[in-house]
Design a protein around this ligand. Structure first.
Ligand code: MG
Length: 266
């Protein structure tokens, strides 16, 4: 089942995507007691609606260096435990929304295609063997990163936290096998990242357990599970698409933000 949020005639609705259609649903998959079943309401043609970010997380917990080949690419040893950081909720945008290049502070902005885990119910100190019960489904995330600031700042808040730096979508697939899904990133139609989630160092169930032993995860929160090798930079005008087998494609265009000459001190 592909859950989504969408806008049609200025009304925002929850929906389920089937083929070329989206059906309105009244059941909130994040509400306590959600049965896993939805009752399909009014049908819309997918091409006539605007898909929104499929969820509005209170926080995005991101994992650094979670694919072996990416750790090698950065010349870093494999981590002994997951390395986590936060992307703010204000960075979230949806499919086809614009990534704004913060040229006033950064000159190197990268895509990072990632599998996002969408939390379905409040999770605190969850065991690995029970983690699946707390997961609503999976979505595509682009962990957009100002690479130059990541090196300069030591910690990641600014590099990962600009507005529009967390595209998510297009839907939440509830039936995905997260242990072996193909994940790809295309830049202007060219394949740049291409691997399977089975190459993760820590799998999604271990990550839900680990993070839930640090902080409580709320319904709608996202754990974005790290990027594979093949990261690279984007420029204004580029179109970037993260595709995950079974979920679909998350496409966004990069546009110029504030001019480089505009100082934040002004
Ligand atoms: Mg990342």
């Amino acid at each position: 089942m592909k859950l989504c949020r969408f806008k049609a005639s200025e009304n925002v609705s929850l929906g389920v995507i089937e083929g070329d259609s989206v059906f309105e649903i009244k059941d909130d998959p994040l509400a306590a007691g959600f049965s896993g079943e939805v009752k399909k309401g009014t049908e819309h043609k997918l091409e006539k609606v605007k898909l929104l970010a499929p969820v509005l997380p209170s926080k995005i917990v991101a994992i650094g260096l979670n694919y072996k080949a990416h750790a090698v690419e950065f010349g870093k040893p494999l981590p002994e435990e997951p390395m986590i950081f936060i992307k703010p909720s204000t960075a979230v945008i949806g499919p086809e929304d614009e990534i704004v290049y913060p040229g006033h502070m950064s000159h190197r902005v990268d895509y990072e295609g990632e599998l996002g885990v969408v939390i379905g119910k409040t999770a605190k100190e969850v065991q690995v063997k029970n983690a699946a019960e707390y997961i609503l489904g999976y979505t595509c995330v682009n962990d957009v990163t100002a690479r130059d600031l990541q090196g300069k700042d030591i910690q990641y808040t600014r590099a990962k936290g600009f507005d529009t730096f967390a595209p998510i979508g297009p839907s939440i697939e509830t039936g995905l096998d997260p242990l072996d899904a193909t994940i790809q990133t295309y830049l202007n139609g060219q394949l740049k990242q291409n691997t399977s989630t089975k190459d993760m160092i820590f799998n999604v169930f271990q990550l839900v357990s680990f993070v839930s032993h640090v902080m409580t995860l709320l319904p709608g929160d996202i754990i974005t599970t790290g990027t594979p090798s093949g990261i690279g930079k984007m420029r204004s005008g580029d179109v970037v698409e993260v595709r995950i087998e079974g979920i679909g494609g998350l496409r966004n265009r990069v546009v110029d933000g504030m001019a480089a000459r505009k100082l934040w001190l002004d």
